[in-house]
Design a binder for this molecule. Sequence first.
Ligand code: KIV
Length: 264
Amino acid sequence: MRLNINNISEMYKNGEKISAITAYDFTFASLADSVGFPIILVGDSLGQVALGYDSTVPVTMSDMLIHVKSVVRGAKRSLIIADMPFMSYQSDISDAISNAGRLIKEGGAQSVKLEGGEKIANTVAKIVDCGIPVMGHIGLTPQSVNQLGGYKVQGKSEKEKEKLIADAKAIESAGAYSIVLELIKSDLAEEITKEISIPTIGIGSGPNCSGQIQVIHDVLGLSLGESYKHSRQYLDLRKSVPEALKQYLKDSNSGDFPSSKESF
Ligand code: KIV
């Protein structure tokens, strides 16, 4: 049976770590589901890793819906959270509600995630009022990369620190059931985790969050470019996949493949 937000709250109350991973398609969703991740996030990071953009900014509702549907078909047990893409919730509350509704109703996700703190708390509250569970996301909010001026660690100054604590509290008060803390200094992430009563899911925010989330491409060594300090790579698929493909290309070109065993 599929997990729901009550199961996540129970894990939190029992002091269990809440481990989450992203997935963007049927195959990887079924693999993540099969090993027992309670949460799969269809992140708008698909903009970079699946669609080849240089940020999450160009991702559209249509992009999200295709990937969310695919993940929902692949994962039978995990709670599926769909990211609301840039400008699908910022300009107008009724747009935000209808786009959140599409991700649940058409996409089949059980929850949505929105980036931002106090400024979007009212939008979060209205979506929650419609019966749609919301995960918040503060700290580094990649949809605002053009305003933040890059992907930097957040919460360094006293002012930033106070703002992040206020943001977390505002999102909790708006009715979110959990919140992602991205690239927040470990001691501040720990403080936020203690200050609020919903689970914090960290990425690059140290060990004292209620759980962790990672982008699946980083974990499997599929991401382009250098690896991130906040990720741990468990496989090197950027090396082993081309090796396998090269061997198939060679065998096919030489006539070694298919053999009589592989023919009818
Ligand atoms: O889009 C995404 O993958 C995310 C996670 C990094 C939390 O928002």
